[in-house]
Design a protein around this ligand. Structure first.
Ligand code: HEM
Length: 128
Protein backbone atom coordinates (compact mmCIF):
# COMPACT_ATOMS: atom_id res chain seq x y z
CA UNK A 1 0.00 0.00 0.00
CA UNK A 2 1.41 3.37 -0.96
CA UNK A 3 2.37 5.45 2.07
CA UNK A 4 2.09 8.74 0.18
CA UNK A 5 0.65 10.16 -3.01
CA UNK A 6 3.14 9.88 -5.84
CA UNK A 7 3.54 9.66 -9.59
CA UNK A 8 5.18 6.61 -11.14
CA UNK A 9 5.90 6.58 -14.87
CA UNK A 10 3.22 9.24 -15.38
CA UNK A 11 0.58 7.41 -13.34
CA UNK A 12 -0.99 9.10 -10.35
CA UNK A 13 -0.91 6.80 -7.30
CA UNK A 14 -2.95 8.15 -4.37
CA UNK A 15 -1.93 7.61 -0.78
CA UNK A 16 -3.15 4.29 0.69
CA UNK A 17 -3.75 2.71 -2.74
CA UNK A 18 -3.19 -1.03 -2.97
CA UNK A 19 -0.60 -1.60 -5.66
CA UNK A 20 0.42 -4.79 -7.38
CA UNK A 21 3.62 -5.24 -9.32
CA UNK A 22 2.88 -6.79 -12.70
CA UNK A 23 5.70 -9.31 -12.70
CA UNK A 24 4.34 -11.07 -15.79
CA UNK A 25 4.65 -7.89 -17.83
CA UNK A 26 8.04 -6.89 -16.43
CA UNK A 27 9.50 -10.25 -17.39
CA UNK A 28 8.37 -9.87 -20.99
CA UNK A 29 9.38 -6.26 -21.65
CA UNK A 30 10.84 -6.49 -25.13
CA UNK A 31 13.02 -3.38 -24.90
CA UNK A 32 14.73 -4.83 -21.82
CA UNK A 33 14.98 -8.56 -22.39
CA UNK A 34 16.63 -10.41 -25.21
CA UNK A 35 14.38 -13.34 -26.30
CA UNK A 36 11.77 -11.94 -23.89
CA UNK A 37 9.23 -14.76 -24.29
CA UNK A 38 11.66 -17.63 -23.91
CA UNK A 39 12.57 -19.72 -20.89
CA UNK A 40 16.27 -19.11 -21.35
CA UNK A 41 18.01 -19.23 -17.99
CA UNK A 42 21.39 -18.98 -19.68
CA UNK A 43 20.70 -15.29 -20.18
CA UNK A 44 22.20 -14.81 -16.73
CA UNK A 45 25.37 -16.72 -17.58
CA UNK A 46 26.40 -14.67 -20.59
CA UNK A 47 26.96 -11.56 -18.50
CA UNK A 48 28.00 -10.86 -14.97
CA UNK A 49 24.92 -10.49 -12.74
CA UNK A 50 25.02 -10.06 -8.99
CA UNK A 51 22.29 -12.06 -7.22
CA UNK A 52 22.50 -10.12 -3.98
CA UNK A 53 20.22 -7.28 -4.90
CA UNK A 54 22.46 -4.95 -6.88
CA UNK A 55 21.38 -5.96 -10.40
CA UNK A 56 17.64 -5.72 -10.87
CA UNK A 57 17.51 -8.31 -13.66
CA UNK A 58 17.82 -11.12 -11.14
CA UNK A 59 16.52 -10.70 -7.61
CA UNK A 60 16.14 -14.12 -5.96
CA UNK A 61 16.47 -12.47 -2.55
CA UNK A 62 14.75 -9.19 -3.29
CA UNK A 63 16.58 -5.90 -2.86
CA UNK A 64 16.87 -2.96 -0.51
CA UNK A 65 15.77 -2.72 3.09
CA UNK A 66 13.30 -5.61 2.91
CA UNK A 67 15.64 -7.99 1.11
CA UNK A 68 16.02 -11.54 2.43
CA UNK A 69 17.53 -11.56 5.90
CA UNK A 70 18.89 -15.08 5.37
CA UNK A 71 20.56 -14.44 2.01
CA UNK A 72 24.06 -15.58 3.00
CA UNK A 73 22.73 -18.73 4.68
CA UNK A 74 20.50 -19.38 1.66
CA UNK A 75 23.37 -19.02 -0.81
CA UNK A 76 25.63 -21.33 1.20
CA UNK A 77 22.88 -23.90 1.76
CA UNK A 78 22.03 -24.09 -1.95
CA UNK A 79 25.72 -24.30 -2.89
CA UNK A 80 26.29 -27.09 -0.34
CA UNK A 81 23.22 -29.03 -1.48
CA UNK A 82 24.00 -28.81 -5.19
CA UNK A 83 27.71 -29.59 -4.77
CA UNK A 84 26.87 -32.64 -2.64
CA UNK A 85 24.37 -33.90 -5.22
CA UNK A 86 26.90 -33.45 -8.04
CA UNK A 87 29.73 -35.01 -6.00
CA UNK A 88 27.86 -38.01 -4.61
CA UNK A 89 25.73 -39.14 -7.58
CA UNK A 90 26.02 -39.85 -11.28
CA UNK A 91 23.16 -38.20 -13.15
CA UNK A 92 21.81 -39.26 -16.52
CA UNK A 93 18.66 -39.03 -18.57
CA UNK A 94 16.22 -41.97 -18.49
CA UNK A 95 17.24 -44.32 -21.36
CA UNK A 96 14.78 -44.54 -24.23
CA UNK A 97 12.97 -41.33 -23.46
CA UNK A 98 12.65 -39.02 -26.45
CA UNK A 99 15.12 -36.21 -26.04
CA UNK A 100 12.50 -33.49 -26.54
CA UNK A 101 10.99 -34.62 -23.23
CA UNK A 102 13.94 -33.01 -21.57
CA UNK A 103 13.75 -29.69 -23.25
CA UNK A 104 12.78 -27.01 -20.83
CA UNK A 105 9.57 -26.04 -22.54
CA UNK A 106 7.44 -24.00 -20.23
CA UNK A 107 3.83 -23.51 -19.26
CA UNK A 108 2.97 -19.84 -18.92
CA UNK A 109 1.48 -18.39 -15.78
CA UNK A 110 2.43 -15.86 -13.15
CA UNK A 111 5.62 -17.83 -13.02
CA UNK A 112 6.85 -20.31 -15.62
CA UNK A 113 6.56 -24.04 -15.00
CA UNK A 114 8.50 -26.76 -16.69
CA UNK A 115 6.11 -28.41 -19.19
CA UNK A 116 7.39 -31.98 -18.98
CA UNK A 117 8.45 -33.13 -15.52
CA UNK A 118 12.18 -33.81 -15.65
CA UNK A 119 13.05 -37.47 -15.03
CA UNK A 120 16.62 -38.55 -14.42
CA UNK A 121 18.50 -41.65 -13.29
CA UNK A 122 20.52 -41.12 -10.13
CA UNK A 123 23.24 -43.58 -9.11
CA UNK A 124 25.29 -43.17 -5.91
CA UNK A 125 29.02 -43.05 -6.63
CA UNK A 126 30.42 -42.66 -3.15
CA UNK A 127 30.45 -45.44 -0.58
CA UNK A 128 28.56 -43.41 2.01
C1 HEM B 1 17.89 -19.78 -1.34
C2 HEM B 1 17.23 -19.47 -0.23
C3 HEM B 1 16.36 -18.23 -0.05
C4 HEM B 1 15.74 -17.44 -0.97
C5 HEM B 1 15.76 -17.57 -2.50
C6 HEM B 1 15.04 -16.39 -0.25
C7 HEM B 1 14.30 -15.37 -0.84
C8 HEM B 1 13.65 -14.37 -0.15
C9 HEM B 1 12.89 -13.31 -0.75
C10 HEM B 1 12.64 -13.15 -2.27
C11 HEM B 1 12.43 -12.52 0.22
C12 HEM B 1 11.55 -11.26 0.06
C13 HEM B 1 12.43 -10.05 -0.19
C14 HEM B 1 11.61 -8.82 -0.52
O1 HEM B 1 10.50 -8.67 0.01
O2 HEM B 1 12.09 -8.00 -1.31
C15 HEM B 1 12.90 -13.05 1.49
C16 HEM B 1 12.65 -12.50 2.71
C17 HEM B 1 13.11 -13.01 3.89
N1 HEM B 1 13.90 -14.12 4.06
FE1 HEM B 1 14.61 -15.31 2.59
N2 HEM B 1 15.24 -16.55 1.09
C18 HEM B 1 16.05 -17.66 1.26
C19 HEM B 1 16.52 -18.17 2.45
C20 HEM B 1 16.28 -17.62 3.70
C21 HEM B 1 16.82 -18.15 4.94
C22 HEM B 1 17.74 -19.37 5.04
C23 HEM B 1 16.34 -17.34 5.92
C24 HEM B 1 16.56 -17.39 7.43
C25 HEM B 1 17.36 -18.23 8.02
C26 HEM B 1 15.51 -16.30 5.32
C27 HEM B 1 14.87 -15.30 5.99
C28 HEM B 1 14.14 -14.29 5.40
C29 HEM B 1 13.47 -13.23 6.14
C30 HEM B 1 13.47 -13.04 7.66
C31 HEM B 1 12.83 -12.43 5.20
C32 HEM B 1 11.99 -11.18 5.47
C33 HEM B 1 12.88 -9.94 5.41
C34 HEM B 1 12.05 -8.68 5.62
O3 HEM B 1 10.91 -8.64 5.19
O4 HEM B 1 12.58 -7.72 6.20
N3 HEM B 1 15.51 -16.51 3.96
N4 HEM B 1 13.66 -14.18 1.22
Amino acid sequence: MSTQTCTIAGFHVPKNAFTFVNVYSIRRERGVWERADEFWQERFLVKSVDVQGQDFELLPFGSGRRACAGMQLGLKTVQLLVSNLVHAFDWSFVPGKPSEDYLLRECHGTINWIKTPLQVCVVPRTSS
